[in-house]
Design a protein around this ligand. Structure first.
Ligand SMILES: C[S@@+](CC[C@H](N)C(=O)[O-])C[C@H]1O[C@@H](n2cnc3c(N)ncnc32)[C@H](O)[C@@H]1O
Length: 259
């Protein structure tokens, strides 16, 4: 594995001690029971739930949750009757899915892996793919191409993103609730911060490394991989831009052509 993958694995294994804790806390048995009754409250962005209308029939369907460990989306989709695989780079995040599965008698296949290499999955093997790890990948287009290969025709792709413009701001100022324009997009913590800034603002805080991607990578990348976008919503990102604009968004896409 490359250095970013190794570093981010360790960061996510310890993310329950950081500002990212929200993404490491498993769902409750009550939420699982609601999903068993067909009310699936999963998030692709920090606050809003995915509209129920975005889910195709899930019973007996093969669902792949990418970079989605943490005991959240996978267990609820399994409770709704899907055959779920969760692939994540963090053993601790996957352990949260295994914990919920055992607690609530669900079957979930957890796989330790990197969304940048989906070669373990065969062509057109999933009815639904949920993708959450875009912000940890520098070359997002290769991930979309692989998702396009493994998604069945007419299959669904549900994805969550941070709008790249969040990354034009100086990170230290951002953390102090100030907006200081500094960076160009595409931005990457590993390329655009000085070594001292990386140490202080990322490593010392135990945060993972992020990549902004571009809107073109996030949207056109899906289209180029054979998907059409059929749904979209925005959500608060949780930073100093919240009073002005939503910085997170989700897309629903359907696979229309084979790559
Ligand atoms: C924001 S969390 C998303 C999971 C969470 N269940 C949620 O509700 O959104 C991001 C996840 O991506 C995983 N991740 C980061 N880089 C990855 C990569 N290259 N391949 C696979 N998973 C990755 C992390 O381990 C972490 O569990």
């Amino acid at each position: 594995m490359d250095q970013v993958g190794q570093y981010n694995r360790n960061a996510w294994d310890h993310a329950h001690h950081t500002s990212l804790r929200q993404w490491t806390e498993p769902v409750s048995t009550d939420e699982v029971n609601e999903a068993r009754d067909g009310i699936i409250k999963i998030k692709l962005t920090p606050h809003k739930h995915v509209p129920q209308a975005w889910f195709p029939e899930l019973r007996g369907k093969k669902v792949l949750c990418l970079a989605a460990g943490g005991g959240q989306q996978g267990p609820l989709l399994a409770a709704a009757g899907a055959e779920v695989t969760v692939l994540d780079n963090s053993p601790r995040q996957l352990a949260q899915d295994a914990f919920v599965a055992q607690r609530d008698r669900l079957t979930i296949n957890t796989e330790l892996g990197d969304i940048r290499d989906l070669s373990r999955f065969s062509d057109q093997s999933f009815d639904v793919v949920l993708s959450l790890g875009a912000g940890h990948v520098e070359d997002l287009n290769t991930v979309w191409q692989q998702i396009g290969r493994i998604t069945k025709k007419n299959g669904t792709l549900l994805s969550g993103f941070t709008n790249p413009f969040e990354y034009i701001f100086d990170l230290k100022a951002w953390n102090e609730d100030k907006l200081v324009v500094r960076h160009t997009i595409p931005y990457a913590d590993i390329h655009d911060l000085t070594a001292d800034e990386r140490q202080e603002l990322i490593v010392d805080k135990g945060e993972p490394f992020f990549f902004s991607n571009s809107l073109e990578d996030q949207i056109q990348g899906q289209i180029a991989a054979g998907f059409v976008i059929v749904g979209f919503y925005e959500d608060h990102g949780g930073g100093p831009l919240d009073p002005y604009i939503n910085t997170c968004f989700a897309t629903r896409a359907v696979k229309v052509s084979l790559p």
